[in-house]
Design a protein around this ligand. Structure first.
Ligand code: ZN
Length: 59
């Protein structure tokens, strides 16, 4: 079962050795805001995966 990124326009999928990392959203909205970069403007799709492109570099 592969993971794929739920961000609009993003076609990244998890494949072994690709270097792409996937993360789940934290449950708390406050933390979601910390995690999500400003370019990601949809409501948080809970229980979905986001690839590392959409997170702040500090994470
Ligand atoms: Zn993505």
């Amino acid at each position: 079962m592969g993971k794929s990124c739920c961000a609009p326009g993003c076609t990244q999928r998890y494949t072994k050795g690709s270097g792409v990392q996937f993360y789940r959203f934290p449950a708390e909205v406050d933390r979601q805001n910390l995690w999500i970069s400003p370019s990601f403007c949809l409501p948080p799709p809970r229980h979905d995966w986001l690839c590392n492109l959409h997170f702040l570099s500090s994470m």
